[in-house]
Design a protein around this ligand. Structure first.
Ligand code: SF4
Length: 266
């Protein structure tokens, strides 16, 4: 089958609706739903993706480096963070791009990405970085839907949205964890899934024994300068009733954004 349209399906609602609009516009023939599995997803993501594929009438094409972000960090000898999200680059962006190059023709295949109108700058950035690729983002086009509308319309189809949205997470990546997340998202992870938080906290602590004083999060308390903030320190701060940055959600532009991959100085 020649591939005419590739939809990067992340497991989130925006990429689902992107795929729905692609199929409504072009039909199913030549459409590939491409999913890069980072092996650390919420279990409900797989239920959602399966239901989505059934509804869309196109099977999911799964690709994976078969390692989690933490396994990648251990092999690279560094802890990913918002300035160096190497998991986004090496476990998602590079495998997706490699599949695209190996299986499509740039001039006749369109890549469709789950970017909506609130983050259209990411689409422009992507087009700038890949000037020879045809790239579309159907959720940047009318009718313009916000996340709430996407969830409502999903339920109207009889598909329950991924559970992380109902917990309050802004996306369905990496089971509520993200190296680009801020303190508010980590506090939500601690409140809603304390066992999962504890597992990540342990992963970070183990790796710090090898790589030194690096962490996923940063803090500016005190002198205003950025310094590492471990998951253990944030948990202890929250448990002690101390303040944390409740507005710091960070931003997960996983797989699509251009990011530096340099190590962050502690
Ligand atoms: S969601 Fe965050 S932690 Fe997961 S692969 Fe993407 S950047 Fe890394």
């Amino acid at each position: 089958m020649s591939v005419s349209h590739v939809v990067n399906l992340s497991g989130g609602v925006c990429s689902f609706w992107c795929a729905q609009r692609v199929i409504q516009r072009y039909g199913r023939k030549g459409v590939v739903l491409l999913f890069a599995d980072v092996m650390m997803e919420d279990e409900d993501l797989y239920r959602f993706n399966e239901q989505a594929a059934q509804h869309l009438g196109v099977p999911i094409t799964r690709i994976s480096k078969e390692m989690t972000p933490w396994e990648l960090f251990a092999s690279e000898g560094m802890i990913g963070n918002s300035r160096a999200p190497i998991c986004s680059v090496k476990l998602k962006r590079e495998p997706l791009d490699m599949w695209h190059r190996a299986n499509t023709l740039e001039l006749t295949t369109t890549l469709h990405v789950g970017i909506d109108w609130t983050e259209e700058h990411r689409l422009h950035d992507l087009r700038r970085r890949k000037p020879t690729w045809k790239i579309e983002a159907e959720m940047c086009e009318p009718p313009l839907w916000d996340k709430c509308k996407m969830l409502t319309e999903l339920r109207a189809l009889g598909i329950e949205p991924p559970r992380l949205y109902t917990f309050g997470f802004p996306h369905n990546n990496c089971g509520g964890f993200c190296v680009k997340a801020g303190q508010a998202q980590f506090a939500l992870l601690l409140r809603t899934m304390p066992d999962r938080y504890a597992w990540h906290e342990q992963q970070e602590a183990n790796l710090r024994d090898q790589v030194g004083d690096f962490s996923v999060m940063t803090d500016r308390r005190g002198d205003g300068k950025k310094k590492p903030l471990t998951m253990q320190a944030l948990r202890e701060r929250i448990e002690a009733g101390e303040s944390f940055d409740r507005d710091d959600w960070g931003g997960c532009g996983c797989a699509l954004d251009s990011e530096p991959t340099e190590r962050r100085e502690a």
